[in-house]
Design a protein around this ligand. Structure first.
Ligand code: 13P
Length: 255
């Protein structure tokens, strides 16, 4: 049984003060919901403050990215150990905005995933096709390449412990959510490949999140799909009430 995970990717939104206020409110709003893991991914500058505000709660903190080197002359970059020490337990790698705007290849995603694991972080590895790729009928081939190259050299154990986020690029920030059938099809394919390449145990344990215009009014339908284990949420994660609604609708009341 996989515990559902609702993760908020704030992208380049929220100051330290806004982060602390959000996490403080979120703690109360999600207290009564059991059996859902909750993660927020603030900008680097607010990771430490988020982790402090989330201390002794079930809210986890993710970095939105990291660099694979341990330290060195890499102006502007942040190492896995640095985000871990700041209090992050997770790191998003390979988000489509990083791939598209900052030229990240599957090889880079792979180095980042390996480096995150090496520092004791859980990677949230993002994959997903563009609209053009889908329309050309290349969706499954794109996912295969992103999984194979992005998770290259990872052990079955490591794959079982990480999180994959399927985020079709055409559904991100567009208000155009994949239907639950489209999400279900992609997720089933991803899990089939994980089973083939990393074995049954890894495939059964690995959580696969859906991302792309997830809102409180479509989460139930998406998460009802067998292979959808939660969501990676952008826009709807910025408002604490809507984010808390997503969590509540993915779990059950605490007893
Ligand atoms: P939206 O929820 O705003 O579509 O963003 C999804 C996303 O990119 C999460 O990483």
């Amino acid at each position: 049984m996989r515990t559902p995970l609702i993760a908020g990717n704030w992208k380049m939104f929220k100051t330290v003060a806004e982060t602390v206020a959000f996490v403080t409110d979120l703690r109360d709003l999600v207290k009564a919901t059991a059996s859902v893991d909750v993660v927020v991914a603030p900008p680097f500058t607010a990771v430490h403050a988020a982790a402090n505000a989330a201390r002794q709660t079930k809210i986890g903190v993710a970095a939105q990215d990291l660099y694979w080197e341990k330290e060195g002359a890499f102006t502007g970059e942040v190492s896995p150990a640095m985000v871990k020490e700041a209090g992050a337990a997770y790191a998003i790698v390979g988000h489509s905005e990083r791939r598209r705007l900052f030229g990240e290849s599957d090889a880079i995603v792979n180095r980042k995933a390996l480096a995150a694991i090496g520092a004791g972080l859980t990677p949230i590895v993002c994959i997903g096709e563009t609209l053009e790729e889908r329309e050309r009928g290349e969706m499954l081939a794109v996912l295969d390449r992103q999984i194979k190259d992005g998770l290259d050299q990872l052990s079955a154990d490591q794959v079982g412990a990480l999180v994959v986020a399927y985020e079709p690029v055409w559904a991100i920030g567009t208000g155009r959510t994949a239907t639950s059938a489209q999400a279900g099809e992609a997720h089933a394919h991803i899990r089939k490949r994980l089973r083939q390449w990393f074995g049954g145990d890894a495939a059964d344990r690995c959580r696969i999140l859906y991302g792309g215009s997830v809102k409180p009014d479509n989460i139930r339908e998406l998460i009802a799909e067998e292979d959808v284990d939660g969501a990676l949420v952008g826009g709807a994660s910025l408002d604490v009430r809507s984010f808390a609604d997503l969590v509540t609708r993915s779990g059950r009341p605490a007893v």
